[in-house]
Design a protein around this ligand. Structure first.
Ligand code: AMP
Ligand code: TRP
Length: 333
């Protein structure tokens, strides 16, 4: 809760790879909307991206472009705080403290850790394991009430809650207890080539995901080749993962309900349907893409917004960190 009683909304996104349509529909698109419910604080979580190996020049470039994407998606740096995680040292500092209040068994149960340690079996590092404690620090530093995320992050937000409750149990009301805010629809957008899997920017097959700033022709082409099924009916059901995913995307991008989308395409062939979805996405993302290109031509502006965001975030985060250090008994002369 903020001093004036308004809700605090916090979320983050890793600058790893390109930002996909899944990130957009499941998370980023909702950030400016949820920010209207109170005060929004949004971060490019670059420290989180270190759990896998990056080329330094690429990580730097992606941090800037992810920041631009947040602004292009409607996050308003006047009303919200937007910053890069590593620019506010309190995140890494609180993460260490919270590591000492997070159990080995809890971290071992995180499904993302289990999946990622299989995917990167050559590099199962300690950061990959303790990553939810860093995410808890991100959230708890700002007295966050709501955390808008896609469904894959629900377990991490619940762990942040558990850590906060455990800490408060020992030291009194230090942290606000956060809640996940998961969209009722579109919280899991699936891959275009393997519709039983979530759309992921780390997928080696670029046809499986849509980057939200790619050109209209590429977007349409990818939708034309999306994997569906062979029964020819346009219907929403668990057995029809490919078609259901396309219906979800269409309805979130156009604002219609799934039922309306189903009746709109009744009797159409899959080819026409896929083309219509591709066009709706390419058109829906056009303003974002144009704003993004403008922003990327104005690096000085982006850097100045980043600096202001970090200064505003640090003011809040440093206060929380000082409160925590005092409670746990770190000496200050
Ligand atoms: P990440 O790409 O892991 O940094 O995720 C950033 C945000 O996007 C998180 O809130 C995720 O839950 C959300 N997200 C990632 N992939 C998807 C997806 N395929 N569908 C819906 N939300 C997603
Ligand atoms: N870990 C999140 C992800 O991979 C990104 C993230 C970092 C985040 N810190 C956060 C999300 C704090 C919500 C709140 O998707």
């Amino acid at each position: 809760m903020d001093k004036d009683g308004s809700k605090i909304i916090f979320s983050g996104i890793q600058p790893s790879g390109t930002i996909t349509l899944g990130n957009y529909i499941g998370a980023v698109r909702n950030w400016p909307l949820t920010a209207k419910m109170g005060r929004g604080i949004f971060s490019v979580a670059d420290l989180h991206a270190l759990t896998v190996r990056n080329k330094p020049s690429e990580l730097r470039a992606r941090t800037l472009s992810t920041f631009a994407i947040l602004l292009a998606s409607g996050v308003d740096p006047e009303n919200s705080i937007v910053f890069v995680q590593s620019h506010v040292p309190a995140h890494a500092e609180l993460a260490w403290v919270l590591n000492c209040y997070t159990m080995f068994g809890e971290l071992g149960r995180m499904t993302q850790f289990k999946d990622k340690s299989k995917q990167h079996s050559e590099n199962v590092n300690a950061g990959l394991f303790t990553y939810p404690a860093l995410m808890a620090a991100d959230i708890l530093l700002y007295d966050t009430d709501l955390v808008p995320v896609g469904v894959d992050q629900k377990q991490h937000v619940e762990l942040a809650r558990d850590i906060a409750l455990r800490f408060n149990g020992v030291y009194g009301d230090v942290f606000t207890i956060p809640e996940g805010y998961i969209p009722s629809f579109g919280a899991k957008i699936c891959s275009l080539t393997r519709p039983d899997k979530k759309m992921s920017k780390s997928d080696p097959n670029p046809k499986s995901y849509i980057s939200i700033v790619e050109d209209a022709d590429t977007i349409i082409k990818k939708f034309k080749s999306a994997v569906t099924d062979s029964d020819g009916r346009i219907a929403f059901s668990p057995e029809k993962a490919g078609i259901s995913n396309l219906l979800t995307i269409y309805s979130t991008m156009t604002g219609c309900t799934v039922e309306e989308a189903v009746s709109e395409f009744e009797g159409s062939g899959y080819g026409d349907f896929k083309l219509a979805v591709g066009k709706a996405v390419a058109e829906g993302l056009r303003p974002l893409r144009e704003k993004y290109e403008d922003l990327m031509n104005n690096k000085d502006y982006l850097v100045s917004v980043m600096e202001q965001g970090a200064a505003r975030a640090a003011k809040i985060a440093d206060r929380t960190l000082a409160r925590v250090y005092k409670k746990i008994g770190l000496f200050k002369g």
